[in-house]
Design a protein around this ligand. Structure first.
Ligand code: URP
Ligand code: ZN
Ligand code: ZN
Length: 480
């Protein structure tokens, strides 16, 4: 294993930034301090004028996902490699059992697929149906497999949609187990109805996609999930919050003292819904994902949510389909496989649009790109923090270097880049995964299978006290 000394940089954690060297030994951070001596044989990285930050954690990706009749372009190797090229060292992906499929069977299948990962990975498990075996398997996953979060798709009717009965049963079980329920908040019945109505009106192209999934459809589901979580006194994490209405619902609940957490996608912060009206089907379809990209005014609401602390994490929902796959919906927009990429670009896009504009400090950037996800999914400070004892997952960040993002240069296997042509200032010069240099000034040195599965322990037995009796609850997510 490499011994690595990163010299002369400014360490940025979520709580402070300070000048320090970082010594990595055997995959862990061994020391953080001024003027550290290089052990014999150590590899030295000169980080002068650069920031040394925890590697990004993307808490929402879909590698090798079978979805809408096809499978994503990026598998766990290419997808994690693309992440490493962009400074993201850990992903949390999703096991999505088919309805009636055993949770454990699906979990083992995904674990097998992920063995080729180049970077670290973990799994949320989706609850797509309910019976006693699902309840039992949730326990096994939490207590033996290090899964501490369960996902509920409130959309995708006739596929993986979760009804209220399942939501309630699963939220209650998650509470018992000390696991975090998460939701894709869109009212699937309304989406289905609006899709039919669009098609009846003769609207069959991608321009109908956002019309069938308006903000009110997302807000209804977000409010419902938040209300159910409130009654059951369980915390809740809302994935890919895309609109002001959902962000407001979260802010209102938090103002009432409820523990609600929100995730924002880099794409929703940067891309607006005009893309769906583009004359070229391939271009418009390439942007079809759910919830859809929104009018620009929503982007301001999402940034404000991150700035105010009412929204907590950023992710990508990386889920890449190529043009040939998107063409399945050439005459029916509801058949376009939903998903877009971004695992490689998230950090650079957020630095450029967030830090360079003054919306975020470097420490706030670390909070929303790694530390908060690590806290909410209970792997902090092993991940998300530059400190002795933590995994040596680091990104050395050159705040002056620029890059123009493009499908032509991306490592991701997708044939499209939703950030195409955007020139960003601030990019990784080096990425370190468990103490190994995996990206050096454009040179990607990834190894299939080098990534490790990250177990995430359940929250403590007092997790049930979350919500109204917070003083009793420790350990719990400590994100504010
Ligand atoms: O369009 C999306 N987001 N595709 C991936 C599945 C999901 O909803 O997260
Ligand atoms: Zn989703
Ligand atoms: Zn997703």
């Amino acid at each position: 294993m490499t011994t690595l000394l990163i010299q002369g940089g400014t360490v940025v954690n979520a709580d402070r930034a300070f000048r320090a060297d970082v010594l990595c030994v055997d995959g862990k951070i061994a020391a953080v301090g001024e003027s550290l001596q290089a052990p014999a044989g150590a590899t030295i990285v000169d980080a002068g004028g650069q920031y040394v930050m925890p590697g990004g954690i993307d808490p929402h990706t879909h590698m090798q996902l079978p979805f809408m009749g096809t499978v994503t372009q990026d598998d766990f190797f290419s997808g994690t490699a693309a992440g490493l090229a962009g400074g993201t060292t850990t992903i949390i992906d999703f096991v999505i059992p088919d309805p009636q499929e055993s949770l454990m069977d699906a979990y083992r299948k995904w674990r097998g697929w992920a063995e080729k990962s180049a970077g670290d990975y973990s799994f949320h498990v989706a609850i797509t149906w309910w019976d006693e075996s699902v309840k039992r398997d949730m326990g096994t996953l939490v207590q033996q497999e290090g899964v501490n979060s369960f996902k509920h798709f409130m959309a995708y009717k006739n596929a993986i949609m979760c009804d209220d009965e399942t939501l309630v049963n699963s939220f209650r079980r998650a509470l018992e187990l000390g696991a975090m329920p998460t939701v894709h908040a869109e009212n699937g019945e309304l989406v289905y109805l609006l899709q039919q109505e669009m098609k009846n009106l003769g609207m069959t192209g991608p321009e109908a996609h956002p019309l069938s999934r308006p903000p009110a459809v997302e807000a209804e589901a977000a409010q419902r999930a938040i209300a159910i979580a409130d009654v059951l006194n369980v915390p809740i994490y809302v994935v890919h919050v895309s609109c002001a209405e959902s962000a407001d619902a979260i802010a209102r609940a938090r103002a009432r003292g409820q523990r609600v957490y929100g995730e924002v996608l880099a794409g929703h912060l940067m891309v607006d819904e005009s893309v769906y009206r583009h004359a070229d089907f391939d271009f418009a379809a390439a942007h079809v994902m759910s919830p859809p990209f929104r009018e620009k005014s929503h982007q301001q609401a999402l940034w404000r949510g991150l700035q105010s602390g009412n929204l907590h994490t950023t992710a990508t929902d990386h889920c890449t389909f190529c043009a040939a796959q998107k063409a399945a919906g050439l005459t029916d927009f509801s058949k376009i496989p939903n998903g877009t990429g971004g695992v490689e670009e998230r950090l650079a896009v957020l630095w450029d649009a967030g830090v360079n504009t003054g919306k975020l400090t470097p420490s706030e950037f670390v909070a929303i790109t790694s530390a908060n996800a690590a806290k909410l999914f209970n792997i902090y400070p092993r991940k998300g923090c530059v400190a002795p004892g933590a995994d040596a997952d680091l990104v050395v960040w050159d705040p002056t270097a620029t890059k123009t993002l493009s499908v032509k240069t991306q490592k991701s296997l997708g044939d499209f880049n939703i950030f195409e042509g955007r020139t960003v200032t601030g990019v990784p010069s080096h990425t370190v995964s468990r103490g190994e240099l995996v990206y050096v000034q454009g040179d990607l040195r990834v190894v299939a299978g080098a990534g490790q599965y990250v177990k995430r322990p359940a929250f403590g037995p007092t997790f049930e006290a979350l919500g109204k009796k917070a003083h009793l609850a420790a350990p719990v997510p400590v994100v504010r």
